[in-house]
Design a protein. Structure first.
Length: 219
């Protein structure tokens, strides 16, 4: 997608990723331009295996230059060779993009970007920046993310409770012996605590199993 600043390119890519369950590799072109050789190798490997690969802001300051341009072009080339979904955004026109990243003309890279099913889309210029007129998002997380957050928080608390019960179980013989020697509690009271502890452990394990089952069904 090629278009001016504020046309919604990044937002469109983000929504496409959000609506998918595939793994996402999101790259920012000026950061790609700074990668070391080992980092570049790892990035290319991630691009090849990602469910969705995104390269945002090609042509932004820092993403072009004698050393920077070849790195960004290398990632773009890897994205065109993928069979999965790839998305690239740039503020450059088709001609400017070709001049900077494809040797100044309709070379191999631009040809790949226009070869089906790939498309090089130039967005029409809006009279007013979409970013300036966008409606602010509502407070809080979207419903799906909010439900996930509540589930994970509850799961963490249950597991912490289970861990505490396990630690209490490990220390139980020592606690029982000290209590008996000091006469702090009667044996009946201690035995009742032991039974309550075992019941709490079973309840925690059952709660974890139910929560994990509900999460699996939701996915």
């Amino acid at each position: 997608m090629a278009g001016g600043v504020g046309e919604g390119k990044t937002t469109a890519q983000a929504w496409r990723c959000y609506e998918s369950t595939a793994s996402v590799v999101w790259l920012y072109a000026p950061e790609v331009a700074l990668l070391s050789p080992p980092e570049m190798a790892a990035t290319l490997a991630a691009v090849r295996t990602a469910g969705i690969a995104v390269l945002d802001d090609v042509g932004a300051p820092g993403s072009s230059g004698k050393w920077e341009t070849p790195k960004v072009a290398m990632v773009i080339s890897a994205m065109t060779a993928r069979s999965g979904i790839s998305m690239i955004s740039t503020n450059l026109s088709r001609e400017a993009f070709a001049a900077e990243y494809d040797g100044g003309g309709d070379g191999r890279l631009v040809d790949r970007l226009e070869q089906r099913p790939n498309r090089f889309v130039e967005l029409p210029v809006s009279e007013v920046s979409r970013r300036a007129t966008a409606v602010p998002p509502p407070d809080g997380l979207p419903p799906r993310e909010d439900a996930a957050k509540r589930f994970l928080t509850l799961l963490q608390r249950v597991r912490q409770t289970e861990l505490a019960q396990v630690m209490a179980d490990v220390d139980s013989p020592a606690v029982l012996e000290v209590a008996r020697v000091l006469g702090v509690r009667g044996e009946a009271a201690i035995d009742a605590k032991e039974r309550a502890h075992d019941d709490a452990r079973r309840q925690a394990a059952a709660s974890i199993a139910r929560l994990c089952g509900a999460w699996s069904r939701a996915l």
